[in-house]
Design a protein around this ligand. Sequence first.
Ligand code: PLP
Length: 356
Amino acid sequence: MLDETLSIKINKTQNSKIKNVDWENLPFGKVFSDHMLVMNYADGQWGIPEIRPFESLSLHPATSAIHYGQSIFEGMKANRTDEGDVLLFRPDMNAKRFAESSERMCMPVIPEAIFTDLVKKIVDIDRDWIPNKEGYSLYIRPFMFATDDFIGIKPSDTYTFMIFTCPVGVYYSDPVNVKIEEHYTRAAYGGVGRAKTAGNYAASLYPAKKGNEEGFHQLIWTDGIEHKYIEESGTMNVMFIVDGKLITPAEDSDTILKGITKRSVVELAEHWGLAVEERKITVEEIVEALKEGRVTDAFGAGTAATIAPIAKIGFRGELYELPSVGSREVSNKISRYLNDLKVGKAEDVLNWCQSV
Ligand SMILES: *Cc1c(COP(=O)(O)O)cnc(C)c1O
């Protein structure tokens, strides 16, 4: 059971697929490591977690997550240092956010220390799957979904928690073009935008597809009432440098996902003595500053891409071009630090990395 002396069943594969991996050519999220972790919840408690060979699941057609969306996830990465140590970046923050998402979606909470421990266990078993190439990592996907075989709207009584991992290459190879979205809404006040829950992403597909058709990689979401305030991007928080200050939307409404990358950028910038403001940011303020050439940098911050420079911002049919990526001292410095830190090549001044 789940106590300090976490017991776990381990059934290793006899048939590793690692020889078949094309390490030079890793698409994001399509290659899966040898094992997965499964832990079931029933009768008011978590069962014994099990690590077993990666395989498909067999599900009852009435599995409630499929119909009613009680499903949450996390995304994190593991990297290897030149010395062969395996590092996780702030896994305690993912554990905390997973617990918060669980709470919001009426799902059972996994104690944070146990979540982190289970992540470490699965990464340890498949540590040979961590790519060695620069910019590559082992992406970790913890998730939980409702498993009652029942047609009816109520919190499920049973759940499955799982973790699998994927060796991944770079997420975006080029700077992204984003459109400020003024019609569709990602998250409403009082809604579930702060939770990393499946339906948020399903709901964003249609507006994102419309944006893609206009040539944008991503949208910048605005508030659901007036479409006046900048919120975030699809799977990234957004940050700007305007008049030399790093600004990013505050997370005090429950419509913005509390990104760990964004939090880290803020903490790092403050540590380095840069001016940082977390506050409400209007679309108007950004568009004015773009017109006047005062936006020297804009980027998305998220685990998958780390720092994704924004090349162009679209708003009401106008396209505003940002300075070349090479000129962006602050975000380049942040990006370099975070990437170096994750592979043990920079000093961990804020004590973020945990080894496996
Ligand atoms: C996961 C996610 C982010 C980024 O969070 P990180 O913890 O930095 O990976 C931002 N916005 C949304 C909507 C997300 O799902």
